[in-house]
Design a protein around this ligand. Structure first.
Ligand code: PLP
Length: 379
């Protein structure tokens, strides 16, 4: 059997990784400022993570959600404590799309409504409803089309006010738009969404799958606006590579046996991975580090000529060029051995490093970027 060929691949085969470094089979070293697509939060193979998962695997790796698993409760407790959402409840699943699917389902169970407002340029995943809420017709199959989902421009308070009414089940938006090219919803926009959801009894869902877990310099990116969503979704950095995701529900949602479920979600290994990540984030003060190093990186980038715009918060940064960033990204990888990310906007290059990336690593990138931009537009 061969692989179903859906991914355009770099001709690189990483075989080992530590912190923000990767090595291929020939021993060539790479700097990882992409974090495997915002997944690597505490660095590759962090010793505490390796130890916690190894010890867990030696005890018990899996049993179904039919038995008591205190590790899940410990994860929910520590997540509540570190994120400032101790009064919310956690439903554990396996991927960002699934977390969003469950969020929309809960909003609809709760309101009895169907209409959903999302943003242009959004990405919420590839399962049926999540992909319908994603602004990319190329990945929406006819079976996924949902006429009750409406797309609005980001930060347009008037368009939002005009679209809101008593039929709106939920407004769902990313804490910071990631795949769409790093667009930050303003504090005033988030506050407006919150107040309109309150006015019309609609559910506010913040997709923090990419922007959460300290990446923005806050635990959740929306916390810069001082609002509280009704539902928050998480994945990616939550497990540092182990598939684990969560839907955080405010106390207004009543749980009933059987209303949500999953075979793998929150299993022993997933919970151990989630706990290891939270422990390292707290122990190493990584949220503050992300805020400080993110500000430094953005300041430095703003001083580099040839860049049209720098967007983002913390260590979630978009660098926009006046032309496609594809050749630049390729040169950074092939000539400077630095992984960066792309976006659906071809001119934007994304930085999504581990939260404990060092200033020296950022400086290495900045120097490589300057030297590439000095060469002029690479094609
Ligand atoms: N939501 C956001 C904001 C994302 O960036 C992604 C993935 O890139 C998802 C949801 C989907 O997550 P997953 O690929 O784990 O299903």
């Amino acid at each position: 059997m061969k692989l179903f060929d859906v991914y355009p691949l770099y001709d690189i085969t990483p075989v080992k990784a530590v912190g923000s470094r990767l090595w291929d089979a020939q021993g060539k070293e790479y700097l990882d400022l992409y974090g495997g697509h915002a997944v690597i939060s505490i660095g590759h193979s962090h010793p505490h993570y390796v130890q916690r998962l190894t010890e867990q695997l030696n005890q018990i790796g899996f049993y179904s959600n039919a038995v008591k698993m205190p590790l899940q409760e410990e994860l929910a407790y520590k997540l509540g404590e570190l994120s400032g959402y101790s009064d919310y409840a956690l439903f554990l699943s396996n991927s960002g799309a699934e977390a969003n699917e469950n969020a929309l389902k809960m909003a609809s169970f709760h309101t009895g409504r169907k209409k959903v407002l999302v943003l242009k340029n959004s990405f919420h995943g590839r399962t049926s409803l999540a992909v319908a809420a994603t602004d990319n017709p190329k990945i929406v199959a006819p079976v996924n089309e949902a006429e009750f989902i409406h797309f609005l421009p980001i930060n347009d308070e008037q368009a939002l006010s005009e679209a809101m009414d008593e039929s709106v089940c939920a407004v769902m938006l990313e804490g910071i738009q990631g795949v769409g090219g790093i667009h930050v919803p303003s504090a005033s926009y988030l506050q407006k969404v919150r107040s309109l959801c309150d006015q019309f009894g609609s559910v506010l869902i913040l997709d923090e799958v990419q922007s959460g877990y300290g990446r923005s310099g806050y635990f959740f990116a929306h916390q810069h606006a001082n609002i509280k969503p009704d539902i928050i979704t998480i994945a990616k950095g939550m497990g540092n590579g182990f598939p684990v995701a969560g839907t955080l529900l405010s106390p207004k949602f009543q749980a009933k046996h059987g209303m949500l479920g999953t075979t793998f979600g929150g299993n022993y290994l997933a919970s151990a991975a989630g706990l290891a990540v939270l422990e390292v984030i707290k122990e190493e003060n990584l949220i503050q580090h992300a805020a400080e190093l993110g500000s430094y990186t953005m300041e430095q980038l703003q001083g580099i000529s040839g860049i049209s715009e720098v967007r983002g918060m913390g260590l979630m940064i978009g660098i926009s060029l006046p032309y496609s960033s594809a050749a630049l990204r390729k040169n950074l990888l092939m000539e400077h051995c630095i992984f960066t990310g792309s976006a659906s906007d071809p001119n934007t290059l994304r930085l999504l490093p581990a939260l404990n990336v060092s200033k020296a690593d950022i400086d290495t990138f900045l120097n490589a970027l300057k030297s590439e931009l000095m060469k002029g537009q690479t094609s």
